[in-house]
Write a protein that binds this ligand. Structure first.
Ligand code: SF4
Length: 277
């Protein structure tokens, strides 16, 4: 494949921690998003300037949505980081934005597969017709569905413009029997635990009751506070208790990796700044 023209973006800042490097990415129109290099070989790419889903714990959507990123801007994040730090092994559309709202995201995932740097994504799950397409047809290397709740009022509060729990379960139930074993293994659920929001036993029990029958792995994420939200993390002891509770309920649970626990790597911590109009 011939190289693309010069990326229409610049890496204007780089913040280094033990496992991660977080980049401020300035786009040609002046808007700014962020990307994170995990462990030196996996790049978390932003898909939109802002986000329309409006999760109250998340810095990325705090200013609402300005626009999705174009294909060249998705690729540009990868090429700019590779030019500075060498070849990447994996990509993930888990930065600023909802990938299912970004029209060029499927093309980016196909591009990533073709060049040997397979791309995964994290999504709140809507619109459902796009989730169906991503589950069945888009050549992703992992799709993590952000659920964060077991009861509908909690889901509506934490993921305000995402599909309901009942809609997610129905969509997964319809799609799973049609997926190959290999493709099914690439699906997972995410539960980000927030103090006083979704950390009570009744909430995680309801989550387990709804989702355990699907047989998917669950990422139990600890939360890193952000200045745009009052949301708070739970204690380590409570986090471990919830891990044990979900495991006892029959779910395959994974804890946050060390790279995710770092302040610059956690869910919802990346920031978007709109371009001046
Ligand atoms: S958590 Fe994801 S879906 Fe929710 S507002 Fe942030 S970027 Fe959007």
């Amino acid at each position: 494949m011939p190289p693309l023209p010069v990326p229409p973006l610049t890496l204007e800042s780089e913040e280094v921690s033990r496992f991660n490097r977080r980049f401020g990415v300035r786009l040609a129109d002046g808007a700014r998003v962020e990307a994170v290099l995990y462990r030196g070989d996996t790049l978390c790419v932003s898909s939109q300037v802002g986000c329309a889903v409006g999760c109250p714990f998340c810095a990325s959507g705090a200013q609402g949505l300005q626009r999705p990123l174009r294909f060249e801007e998705l690729v540009g994040q990868v090429e700019a980081v590779e030019a500075r730090h060498g070849p990447l092994r994996r990509l993930t559309l888990s930065g600023v934005g909802e990938p299912l709202h970004a029209p060029d995201a499927p093309r980016f995932v196909a591009w990533a597969k073709e060049r040997g740097t397979p791309a995964s994504l994290t999504t709140s799950g809507g619109p459902l017709r796009r989730l169906e397409r991503w589950l069945r047809d888009v050549p992703h290397n992992g799709l993590t569905l952000s659920v964060h709740a077991g009861r509908e009022p909690t889901r509506a509060r934490l993921v305000p413009r995402g599909p309901s729990l009942a809609e997610l379960v129905a969509t997964l139930r319809a799609a799973l029997p049609e997926l190959s074993r290999r493709r099914k293994k690439k699906l997972a659920l995410a539960y980000l635990v927030l103090a006083g929001e979704n950390d009570v036993d009744a909430e995680v029990d309801a989550f387990a009751a709804r989702f355990a029958p699907l047989g998917l792995a669950v990422h139990l994420y600890a939360y890193n506070p952000v200045p745009t939200s009052d949301a708070q993390p739970i204690s380590r002891a409570r986090y471990e208790a919830l891990y044990a509770r979900l495991s006892d309920a029959g779910l395959r649970v994974r804890m946050s990796s060390q790279a995710r626990v770092e302040a610059n790597g956690g869910c919802g911590t990346l920031v978007a700044l709109r371009a001046a109009r």
